[in-house]
Design a protein around this ligand. Sequence first.
Ligand code: CA
Length: 225
Amino acid sequence: MRILIVEDELKMATLLRRGLTEEGHAVDLAPNGEEALWMAGAVDYHAVVLDLMLPGIDGVEVCRSLRERGVWAPVLMLTARDGVDDRVAGLDAGADDFLLKPFAFAELLARLRALVRRGTAERPSVLEVGDLRLDPATRRAWRGDSEIALSAKEFALLEAFMRRPGHVLSRLQLIEHAWDYAYENRSNVVDVYVRYLRDKIDRPFGRTSLETVRGVGYRLREDAA
Ligand code: CA
């Protein structure tokens, strides 16, 4: 495997490189986020080992930028801090796994193997359908440059549609996604919320992206401005 290590502390970086090289991997070192972004744009890495604490742009920001640039290599984040907030920010930015320093090298290798097994399919953290965008982490949504204010239920419904663009979703599927089991099953609640959604994501923009498929359910399709 070809692995990129992003770590500013020379001792740790050298240790990682030696260990991974001994395991037969090709290893490149980036001492900061800027170089990491440049290198990951130039080479298809099988995995990235990314330290959270970096000078300049930190690991969370590096990870977010990688995903924004369409780099989907698995990212294993290293952190000396055991703060939950850091891990949440990292995962929301598109990291795949975490390892707290100090760690056993055998565990680092095992986690890398597990990540690489899962592959490098596109896993965007921000969903996009046409010029609709939705960020599940910050719970914000936009049509083009306009931010759209959505209630929790509207957001959940839109997320369900944006995870399956072009697919017809039945009322039952939509209820299962956006309402919990305590909800008393009334399928017309979906129709009501689809109407709310259209009033926010389509009508003000002169669009008709959220379609009714008679007798089946609803479908979100990409539509041009
Ligand atoms: Ca560091």
